[in-house]
Ligand binder design. Structure first.
Ligand code: WQD
Length: 357
């Protein structure tokens, strides 16, 4: 019986594939590679010494998704696939609703048709919007402030309706806080397209000399040093949280929501300082206006996942920065390190078990 990992070539998906394979699971990856690189899957094979099937499929292509279920014995699904850039979602809301929501509905329809009712969904702390208070609990008020966050909230509601309509479903909704870091090998990591939206990849690209300086979006927030405070969680801790949620959905029924965070908030300036200490590089920065839509403080109350999933984050901020730096240092152009001297992407050799339906 296999675990289907949608978006398995992505940042969090690829790290979760490593943990699944190391735990002995048989996995199948489904990815359309619009926001990921097949090279990451080759690295997953290299790191784990295991091979697995990969399908280049878009969730909106219902017949191809159905073919994957028809030709494989799938028991559970970890659903990462989706668009995830907050800023982009504001300018392209329809593609976010189409990709994230319609893609999830199609996936669930086919799961239902094939009797696959175990699902772990990649949600986000963005569903909380501006929290009334911190730390944030799972029953805190929701209030997404952008189309990306609204897709995550709407999908959570859709999945609650599915679970209510058919009690044989077992669904875990995982609300990630701020995933950063990389596998200790330095062979896989976050590989944003173009200019990074998020803080950590931007800091690491400045440290690597790829970018001139970091712009700190505002230092007039009501926080310890005026800069934004977030709950940064190591991507491997996040991946392990998925395995705990997978165990839960395999042995229980119904739907439940879990915050995956450390419960500790760090400011932008603290992140810059820690990264400089760990990397030995300076990260020049300038203070600019606040970024519209940003909130001042956001960090999790992680107790529910600790108590009910037997999971908690174990890697601290220094480790997150150290692992990020190792990846960035060896991959100044991400997976495109294979750019030839003419700065052209060399044809990526697909992973061993690569299929086109
Ligand atoms: C963190 C802090 C910025 C960049 C977003 C999504 C969320 C999740 C994680 C998917 C803030 C500051 C940032 C920069 C800066 N993604 N910053 N200069 O906005 O907390 O969350 O990414 O689920 O859904 O909303 O993360 O890394 O963009 O920002 O000063 O160049 O760093 O103001 O305080 P964010 P972030």
């Amino acid at each position: 019986m296999a675990v289907l990992v949608t978006g398995g070539a992505g940042y969090i998906g690829s790290h979760t594939c490593i943990e699944l394979l190391n735990e002995g699971y048989e996995i199948i990856v489904l990815d359309n590679f619009t926001n990921s690189n097949p090279e990451s899957l080759k690295r997953v094979e290299e790191i784990t010494g295991k091979i697995f099937k990969t399908y280049e499929v878009d969730l909106l292509d219902k017949e191809s998704v159905k073919e994957v279920f028809e030709t494989n014995n799938i028991e559970s699904v970890l659903h990462f696939a989706g668009l995830k850039a907050v800023g982009e979602s504001v300018s392209l809301p329809l593609s976010y609703y189409q990709n994230n929501i319609t893609g999830t509905v199609i996936l669930c329809e086919i799961m239902q048709e094939y009797g696959v009712k175990n699902l772990v969904f990649s949600s986000s702390a963005t569903v909380y919007g501006t929290p009334d208070k911190v730390p944030i609990k799972e029953d805190s008020k929701l209030g997404a402030t952008n189309p990306y966050g609204r897709t995550k909230h709407m999908i959570e509601e859709i999945l609650r309706d599915v679970a209510f309509s058919d009690p044989s479903w077992s669904i875990a909704l995982l609300r990630y806080f701020n995933p950063i870091g990389a596998h200790v090998s330095g062979r896989i990591g976050e590989d944003p397209n173009g200019i990074p939206n998020n803080l950590m990849p931007y800091i690491s690209q400045v440290a690597a000399g790829k970018r001139q300086q970091l712009q700190i979006f505002g230092n007039d927030y009501p926080t310890k040093d005026g800069t934004g405070v977030r709950d940064y969680i190591h991507v491997v801790d996040l991946a392990v949280g998925h395995l705990k949620a997978l165990e839960k959905v395999q042995y229980t029924k119904g739907i439940d929501t879990f915050n995956l965070g450390t419960g500790i908030g760090y400011s932008v300036l603290e992140m810059v300082e820690t990264f400089e200490q760990v990397s030995g590089r300076t990260v020049p920065y300038s203070i600019t206006e606040r970024r519209s839509g940003d909130i001042s403080i956001c960090y999790a109350d992680p107790n529910k996942a600790r108590e009910q999933l037997n999971w908690q984050a174990t890697r601290g901020i220094e480790k997150m920065c150290e692992d990020t730096w190792r990846w960035q240092y060896h991959h100044p152009n991400g997976y495109d390190n294979k750019l030839n001297i003419n700065n052209e992407r060399t044809p990526v050799q697909h992973a061993a078990g690569f299929f086109n339906v």
